[in-house]
Design a protein around this ligand. Structure first.
Ligand code: SF4
Length: 362
């Protein structure tokens, strides 16, 4: 087996928030590759393009589309490729699907993008002239239709693929807001052979959804937290910590569930991640530390060296694998003064628009 072999590209697929198909969620599509909509699933799976990508990875070629896996492996972090190679089955069928059910979401997380949050998209449309003046901001394409998960075509697509699935992941946006999620899950016949992943902000608890999920082999709740208490409420704006922490406890109580807390490593982490590590450890949940995608000016390199030194000192006092992982991550730290001023400018605008005090966190 080659050092770049990946089961995801042989037995999995992702439907991205705009309805395009890719081999996995970490895939960075090139401008030149053909994009297939979910309605063209057969063409995608049988395409010469996908066959070429598979052959490249099978024979040890580090294709650029998989750069996030190569970067993680280079610093000793377990990549998605390594995780999939452990968890996925290859039997010639599409066994794994990751569905990013559009951008419908109830939160406006600082490091997120309108592609993944309808709330951020609305905020951008209302204050576009302020956002486009920022020196570092990825503008949003307001013309994309994110309502495809509610279409008849998507229901037909799900009907076509559902019976071979062994693992299914729902992300978003916030997947629990999708009006059809329960119907999709209920329509799977042999639920006891299927593992379900729900990537959620845990801001709401849906009783009917909990009943359906209890019928599956295993349910992984991957819950996104950027800190605890008011830190999480401000960074994941509109969330309510009391509700969130109660809902996590309820998810954890079901007998077929596993809880993983996900945290995006970013500038705020220097103040928020240590309390989060302690909270997670007390409850014996797993913590998944994720790289920040897209917004470089919101990353650790935007934090001045004296604050990073304090963070490193505090991490060294913690007896935790997560602290070790962060210390490892900090070996790549290099202060960037431009990112620093871009972050201050961006966060000030959000504080002005939302009435928050994000600027006080670091
Ligand atoms: S190597 Fe990584 S990015 Fe490439 S298909 Fe596999 S999981 Fe996805």
């Amino acid at each position: 087996m080659s050092l770049t072999y990946c089961k995801a590209i042989h037995s999995g697929a992702v439907v991205s928030s705009n309805g395009n198909l890719y081999p996995c969620c970490a895939w960075r599509p090139s401008d030149s590759e053909t994009k297939f909509k979910f309605t063209k699933i057969s063409e995608f799976l049988e395409s010469e393009q996908l066959s070429n990508f598979r052959q490249a990875l099978d024979s040890g070629v580090k294709i650029p589309q998989c750069v996030s896996c190569w970067q993680q492996e280079a610093i000793g972090v377990k990549s998605l490729r390594e995780q999939y190679n452990k968890s996925l089955t290859i039997d010639g069928n599409l066994n794994y699907i990751d569905l990013k059910l559009g951008n419908l979401c109830d939160l406006k997380c600082v490091m997120c993008h309108g592609t993944n949050s309808s709330q951020l998209m609305s905020e951008y449309i209302t204050h576009r002239e302020k956002f486009i003046k920022l020196s570092a901001f990825r503008t949003y394409d307001t013309t994309v239709d994110y309502s495809w998960p509610e279409s008849v075509e998507f229901k037909e697509f799900f009907e076509k693929i559902k019976n071979n699935l062994l693992e299914i992941k729902f992300t978003g946006g916030e997947p629990t807001l999708n009006p059809y999620l329960i119907d999709f899950l209920e329509s799977i016949v042999d639920k006891k052979k299927v593992t379900v992943w729900i990537v959620t902000n845990a801001n709401r608890y849906n009783e009917k959804l909990a009943v359906v999920l209890s019928k599956f082999k295993l349910v992984h709740f991957a819950i996104s937290l950027e800190g605890i208490e008011k830190h999480n409420d401000m960074i994941r704006f509109n969330s309510d910590w009391e509700q969130v922490s109660n809902n996590i406890r309820r998810y954890a109580e079901s007998t077929n569930s596993k809880i993983t807390i996900s945290h995006v490593i970013q500038a705020f982490s220097v103040s928020t991640v240590i309390p989060l590590i302690q909270w997670v450890s007390q409850r014996k949940y797993n913590l998944h530390l994720l790289p920040l995608n897209g917004y470089m000016h919101l990353g650790l390199n935007s934090v001045p060296p004296d604050r990073i030194s304090k963070f490193q000192g505090d991490l060294k006092l913690l007896n935790s694998v997560y602290a070790k992982q962060l210390l490892e991550e900090l070996k790549n730290y290099k202060f960037n003064a431009e990112y620093h001023s871009q972050r201050i400018e961006h966060i000030k605008l959000l504080d002005d628009l939302r009435g928050t005090s994000l600027s006080s966190i670091i």
